[in-house]
Ligand binder design. Sequence first.
Ligand SMILES: [Ca+2]
Ligand SMILES: [Ca+2]
Ligand SMILES: [Ca+2]
Length: 298
Amino acid sequence: MRSYWGDLVIDPTGKYVLTSSYDYANGRLIILRAEDANKLEQYDWIDECDYAGDIVFSPDGAQAYAGFGGNPGYKPYSKGRIIIVDMNTFDYYKYGLDGPRSLAFSNCQKLYAYAKINHNWGTRIGIVELIPNCPTDPLGSLMIKKFYCATNQYYDVNVHPLVSSRESIFFKQGSDCMKETAPEYATWVDWNKPCCWCCRKQCRGDINCASFFGKPVTLCDLDIFRDAFNKPDESLRQHPLLICADLNHEPFFGKRVTLSDLEIFKQYFNKPVELVPCCDLDEDCILTPEDKYNYWTD
Ligand SMILES: [Ca+2]
Ligand SMILES: [Ca+2]
Ligand SMILES: [Ca+2]
């Protein structure tokens, strides 16, 4: 324990207690067994941080994210980080980000963090939306997907032509992305409302709802597709991402990811973003009342 507290939380299984604390230019994250407070892991010398912030868990409880803030330009505590811990192995990864004092997860597996980022026009303070670079490797590096600036200006750091503002974060917390009138609504509910089915290019093969070098359907998506292909429902339910590979939202002989999904995937694999249409009716990426989505989740 260091002089100043950050956060103290219990993981969703109730088995572990995580605490963060800090002192002059260094932080500490400790994992204890909840039952007897025996120390299991200690991540020390999270160096050059200015304070310890929130600790949150991914919706499936598999990873913990601990924010350690930094103050850019003020050495020796100029480096902020999010420490990502695999809650099964206790392996960890440090992701560099200035100022992650507050962290929160949305039900769409997106991590929001208070942050400072350097923009063309100087340092900006606001909320960043972070997603794993590749969801099949959740301990890998994160990627800033969007930045909601405190002045309500909005910078989309990805290629999506999204028009939005901070309000969309609050909207997304409260309502379903899929309309009840959608033909696949009952199926979507049965599969625990996978957010990926409302990503703008999921129906074309963007399984992880992220582009890589301007291409929506890439090797990262292929990895997930391969794991899901021709699998029975029991196997698909083992990992929340696998149902994202059902591109047409239709089953075939009791399987959800079949040849017709593969045909779609092949058509858009490695194509630049402008050749991969959105999933709304007229494919212009702008949702209207005729569309089956309330909002896009990517
Ligand atoms: Ca993708
Ligand atoms: Ca299918
Ligand atoms: Ca449209």
